[in-house]
Design a protein around this ligand. Sequence first.
Ligand SMILES: *Cc1c(COP(=O)(O)O)cnc(C)c1O
Length: 247
Amino acid sequence: MSNPDRRAELTTRLGEVRARIDAACAEAGRSPDEVTLIVITKFFPASDVELLHELGVSDIGESKDQEALPKVGELADAVRSALSVHFVGQLQTNKANRVTRYADGVQSVDRGRLVTALDKGVATALDSGLREKPLAVTLQVDLGEGEDRGRGGALPEDLAELADRVADSEHLHLRGLMAVAPRDVDEAGTRAAFDRLATLGGELRHTHPDATWLSAGMSGDLELAIAAGATHLRVGSAILGSRPTGR
Ligand SMILES: *Cc1c(COP(=O)(O)O)cnc(C)c1O
């Protein structure tokens, strides 16, 4: 597809998603200013990221380290410095170092060893001039129940300790919680899961008042996330189109 055609397509789809956000905020009595749209650009090229930037997008998310490092590197300096780049995917401890070179934040932190590795990685990246700021960290919570547990994220009972560990890390800034709705649940189940996330966020803020982010809501359930109080949405396919093999 030519660049003008892609631009027109992204303009339309972004407009549709922004209208959905505005409507859901109106319904929930919230201001759209409280909600940050993170466009998940995994599987799509750097040229799409540049178009999204031209269309006013401030935040993008990536979930595959192998793809994200070269893609973020391809962005023009002015585009890169205007964007916040969030890593949202499963992260192996031995890749933590790489992620600290190109991401402003990691939303998928779910275990202590990863916290240690990220803090070390940021220290090295700061030393060698590869980054200038601490890393924004969001703890990923496993909202599954029963057999649905174990698909990524820390268990709710482990959050307090993990949060303290992030807060005690010199180069990490604890920002809040992130979750993906459990699979195989209906709308009521998704609502209940997002409400649990909001409750956990409230509890976290007793001890970490700065941890205000609630990252929830994707293409299919962003309205439910806004109703539950999400501050960050992670929307991919509704804006960029479907990905190969539905990932
Ligand atoms: C891919 C992905 C999204 C976006 O999903 P869509 O359904 O395409 O909006 C959000 N969050 C995470 C963690 C993802 O991996």
